[in-house]
Ligand binder design. Sequence first.
Ligand SMILES: Cc1cc2nc3c(=O)[nH]c(=O)nc-3n(C[C@H](O)[C@H](O)[C@H](O)COP(=O)(O)OP(=O)(O)OC[C@H]3O[C@@H](n4cnc5c(N)ncnc54)[C@H](O)[C@@H]3O)c2cc1C
Length: 348
Amino acid sequence: MTETNERILFLSPTDENGILPRHALEALGAAVEMAAKIPGSTLTVGLWGKQTEGAAASLAGCGAQTCFAVSGDAFGDARYSTDTAAAEALVKKSGATLVVAPATSRVARALPGVASRVGGRIDTRIVGFEADGGKLLVKRWYYRQRMAATLTRTHRPWLLTIDGGVFPAWKGEGAGPAVEAVPIETSSAMTRTKVEGVEAAAGSAQTIRPDADLLFVAGAGWTKKQDDGATHVPEAEKTILEFLERSQASLGGSKSLVEQGGEGGSVLSFMTHLNQVGQTGASPRHPKGLSTCCHGEEPHVVGWRFIAERRAVNKDPGCGWARGKADVLYVADAFEVMAKVNALLGGK
Ligand SMILES: Cc1cc2nc3c(=O)[nH]c(=O)nc-3n(C[C@H](O)[C@H](O)[C@H](O)COP(=O)(O)OP(=O)(O)OC[C@H]3O[C@@H](n4cnc5c(N)ncnc54)[C@H](O)[C@@H]3O)c2cc1C
């Protein structure tokens, strides 16, 4: 093994409570693993936010000797000018050769600019890495999870953002490293953009839960005519919402279902395009998935790539799920199955 002089910086903003959210702790877990795999490397932490002291405890045991921090009111909100200024100062202060940060929307917006300012290179949404005799090889997907690539670079600093739901979140116990403040002058031009508030998308905001253990997918079948020749959309809505409330599952939808509103069909009022799973939708990460009234066609199932255990309920024994796409297919009426499941959950 070749000894390297890699200086790894775990870099992240703190959240509105001054702590590190789960995605950031996952990126910290990746940085710790990287430091362990690259011989001769060191790990440092760089945080910025309105408050940063509260995050120090979650760094305990990560192996970093120093935590550099940019703190103050100006650094609380996600804003390109202050985020890039803070991150640039932290990268320079640490002398980092490798920067590991969570691929949150806030970081994704600021970090490419930081890479340019520090003369570095950046690769985003990293899902894995190996260290081959000290040489770092990182993995990412291309073309909506169809092609997996392994990349390496000799250029330093090399900035990497880590995808969510891939690495285990770091669990620190005890006291964290000492925090060393990195002062930054903020000009009025830097704070000209003000964040007035956060407006969540209506409907899907409460139904998309990235941290849920279960992805529950509703397909167009919920709105189609049933055996009695009629549709039962209000009953479908009630059943699905009751299940989501009781199970705290995250809600996904098929393309056919989310598009029905635009086509004048019967729609589930809480279903939006943000819920769509599949080739032209999302590829969420959950340990389990349950598909209901959804045919399981390939353009939909491709969005299930990161769902570990898959089950489906469909009346059609010849549906796509039956062709090796689900671990278990219940050939049954989803209205009946989910009513029974809700009753069981209610009796818990
Ligand atoms: C370029 C392209 C991109 C696409 N991208 C996506 C994408 O991102 N996501 C996506 O989802 N699709 C995508 N599609 C569309 C995809 O091919 C399918 O058309 C779509 O997924 C079908 O949705 P569905 O299974 O909900 O509806 P349907 O095909 O109408 O299936 C409804 C199912 O419900 C079942 N059902 C009905 N009643 C019940 C009941 N009471 N109990 C149990 N089962 C019942 C039926 O047996 C049937 O299998 C894409 C297509 C193309 C061409």
